[in-house]
Design a protein around this ligand. Sequence first.
Ligand SMILES: [Zn+2]
Length: 386
Amino acid sequence: MSDGPWNAVLAQPAATAALRAALANDELAHAWLLVGPAHVGQVEIARALGAALNCPTPAAADLGCGSCSACRRILADRHPAIAALEPEGAFHRVDEVRDWIHDVSLTMTEGRRRVVRVIAADRMNIPAQNAFLKILEEPPPSVVWMLEVEDDSVLLDTVISRCRRLDLVPFGPEALMQRAREWEVPAEHQEALVRASMGLPERLRDLADPDVAAARWRHLAILDRLATGGPGQVVPLAKELVTWSRGRAVPLKEKHARELAEKEEEFGVEGPRGWPPGVRQRLVKAHDRLEKQELRRSLDIVLDDLGSYLRDLLAVQSGAAAGALVNIDHEAALYRDALRLPAPAAVRGISAVAACRDALDRNGAPELQLERLLLALALPIYATSA
Ligand SMILES: [Zn+2]
């Protein structure tokens, strides 16, 4: 028998078997704790589970058919049976948690049971966890909670004890190569991009996008540009990096503009006036939040690229073999730049990348924070060449 939607869950046989057994025996827990690195199958598990629970013509109790309208929409994340709660900032706040609980506990108008992913549940602070605990104590029958954590030590024992635990394992190179093929990475780039993903499926998914793969080459040439272009490069380069990142959020902005226009039509209004109280504000706020997240995600791509390059510089400087590099397709450039940026400066550069992330977490202006980072990289290069 085919494994249907479960086929999309790569390299997690233990977790998949435990969930499918629970479905087959009609012993599905209301809450599951998925412990493991991000993006190693959490999405696919939620979809396969959602399909099994909501398919009108299931192949078995643990298996949605994968081809009916409900299954297809669930597998494409376009069905109310699948929901994901993501922290807005560094933490899940208690008022957000209360809002979600209210929203997802509402009776479903479509489908039978909803699978709700709580992304980065280990970023719930104690008040948020206590709010969440209330729902675990009296779980609404129509919801299956999937708490995704990398580190379960920060969760309250009372939360952990109400969940069934599933351990997810990190992806090995083979699972990543399979993903690269599924995401249509050109064959000649698969090996290099799997290496560049540093074992992170999420990063590989970004790199599978030709726009991101092309931008990576520009990001990895930042040191060269600073070295050859002089200090005058810092400000325009920072601007370019942020412009690229903002550009990545444009499709989402357009989608949000369409959503707003559709709502206006629904309410028979034009512009911001005449909406039911609070509705427009809430929608715009939600849009802003998602657009900010998208921008941050793109800035993280820049920082991941640059950080991996600096890491490789250190590896080259310490005499590591070419096989130990993350950016195996940039070997020549790395040997060249290893002479331009001394090891202590590369170490400080890696700290500067981390400091830039922290500043962005605290809502620092992207242009200014990137300028600061580029300056920290540029100064030792000029000191060496002077
Ligand atoms: Zn189906």
